[in-house]
Design a protein around this ligand. Structure first.
Ligand code: GLP
Length: 238
């Protein structure tokens, strides 16, 4: 595990963007695993700028998103589909992008087809991750057992609560999601996790204490041979 400490959110986002510029220069047909949440927004902004300035090109690259609420309409303002097209995919030029389909009538089959598409693309070169305040990655919530493939899962109460800030009062908030599993995550050649802000401090302490905690899904990532964390001072609390 490599930890890159940054002064603030902006430096974290710039450092992460450099990663992508380098990777796409080396391998223009990279397969990128993408994440949602507030943390990667700065990175997406920098990548859109780099694209508009001609510094980066995604025309040979493919992307697969980590997760999506279930059920949710694609064009719901809080779907990860809407988030991705508004903040990134709609502003750059990926050859192909896939996001688990929150409208799928048969979610199990959707997950099988999604994993097939990842394999067909040759697997994920660089998987971007954030971390939930309870240590979840994608929507792999703390559990005594973890699912390997993309799957339908129930969200933890703490996650529903943490994400309620995005939904209007009284609006029906999804209590389940489709998410890549640990098999997909570990099969990714490199993993890049972004962590920012004081709300992540307690979970960061458990993530970085050199132990694997079965109730902190992200701590399992320290077993991955190419796992990098870019973290800002507020999240580190130093
Ligand atoms: C969501 C997503 C995760 C994300 C996490 C943290 O629940 N499924 O992929 O990493 O929340 O989000 P934020 O970056 O807003 O803290």
């Amino acid at each position: 595990m490599i930890i890159i400490r940054c002064e603030d959110y902006d430096e974290m986002s710039c450092t992460a963007a450099e990663y992508y510029v380098e990777l796409l220069q080396k391998k223009p047909n990279s397969v990128l695993g993408l994440a949602t949440g507030s943390t990667p927004l700065g990175l997406y902004e920098k990548l859109v700028e780099a694209y508009e300035d001609g510094v980066i090109d995604f025309s040979q690259a493919r992307s697969f998103n980590l997760d999506e609420y279930y059920p949710i309409e694609k064009n719901h303002p809080q779907s990860y589909h809407s988030y991705m097209y508004e903040n990134f995919l709609g502003k750059v030029n990926f050859q192909e992008s896939q996001i688990p389909n929150g409208e799928a009538a048969d979610p199990e089959n959707e997950c099988i087809e999604f994993d097939k598409a990842i394999n067909l693309a040759g697997g994920i070169d660089l998987l971007l991750l954030g971390i939930g305040t309870n240590g979840h990655i994608g929507f792999n919530e703390p559990s005594i057992s973890y699912t390997l493939a993309t799957h339908l899962t129930e969200l933890a109460e703490s996650t529903i609560e943490a994400n309620s800030r995005f939904f209007a009062d009284g609006e029906l908030q999804p209590r389940a999601a489709l998410t890549m599993g640990f098999g997909n995550i570990f099969a990714s050649k490199s993993i890049l996790m972004l962590i920012s802000g004081a709300s992540k401090r307690p979970i960061v302490q458990r993530l970085l204490d050199d132990k694997i905690h079965t109730d902190v899904p992200a701590s399992l990532l320290s077993l991955h041979p190419d796992f990098t964390i870019i973290i800002d001072r507020e999240a580190l609390g130093d």
